[in-house]
Write a protein that binds this ligand. Structure first.
Ligand code: NAD
Length: 202
């Protein structure tokens, strides 16, 4: 995967694993489009790294927000002339809760939806909107690669802890999606671990 002079779209890039990925790809010469809910942190990262980074405020659980951010970042790419080389949908939340609490009350459905909409639908939404801009680039390497998608899963996909039912479901589904994306002939990596190394919140 060539990094230099290609743009990488990273959701959740204002903190933790996403931010560590931003720093790494930037250090290797990549252009970075950070999508995140947290504008304060996102803008701080851009001020620190400077050139070759841009911040696009977005809530990945809101389809109009993702769509608007992708349209804006595509305009940025037209200016920089550095094609999309990868999508890393790293924005994710834990929001733990058991299906019934100690008073036998079911968890509010909104709590489950929040996690699934960010960790699963938001991931697929970002990939789907970026893909048309990746598949139309001109390959620069002999293998014809036009870009990569790196899914961010978790050990919870295989061995969730009590209270992680929605989180584990979202991360397990991410692993399944990886197989489907491969069948559709996209090149997909899977980041399932790396806890603590990047100081993430989850
Ligand atoms: N921390 C870990 O040990 C660990 C382990 C395995 C997998 N992961 C995965 O790594 C990813 C990042 O985790 P982290 O620990 O670095 O978390 P973090 O809380 O440090 O960072 C998450 C980032 O996502 C952003 N975000 C949250 N909701 C959003 C939304 N709706 N729209 C846009 N941005 C949003 C936050 O503002 C934040 O910048 C997650 O997908 C998580 O499941 C983390």
């Amino acid at each position: 995967m060539r990094i230099k002079d290609r743009t990488f779209v990273i959701s959740g890039g204002a903190s933790g694993l996403g931010l560590a990925t931003v720093r790494n790809l930037h250090a290797h010469g990549g252009y970075i489009a950070i999508l995140d809910l947290n504008a304060e942190n996102g803008n701080k990262v851009v001020s620190e790294l400077g050139d070759r980074t841009a911040f696009f405020e977005a809530d990945v659980s809101s389809p109009p927000s993702v769509s608007s951010a992708v349209s804006t970042l595509v305009e940025w790419i037209k200016q920089t002339k550095k094609p999309i080389g990868g999508v890393i949908p790293a924005a994710g939340v834990g929001f733990p809760g058991k299906l019934i609490d100690r008073h036998n009350e079911p968890i509010p459905l909104e709590n489950l939806e929040l996690v699934l909409n960010i960790n699963l639908r938001g991931v697929l939404d970002l990939i789907r909107l970026c893909l048309p801009h990746m598949t139309t680039t001109t390959p620069t390497e002999p293998d014809g690669e036009r870009g990569v998608i790196i899914m961010v899963s978790s050990s919870a996909a295989y061995d969730g802890q009590p209270g992680q039912v929605a989180y584990a479901a979202s991360k397990g589904a991410g692993c399944f999606d990886r197989t489907e994306l491969l069948r559709e002939r996209y090149d997909v990596g899977d980041e399932s671990e790396g806890q603590e190394e990047f100081g993430g919140g989850l």
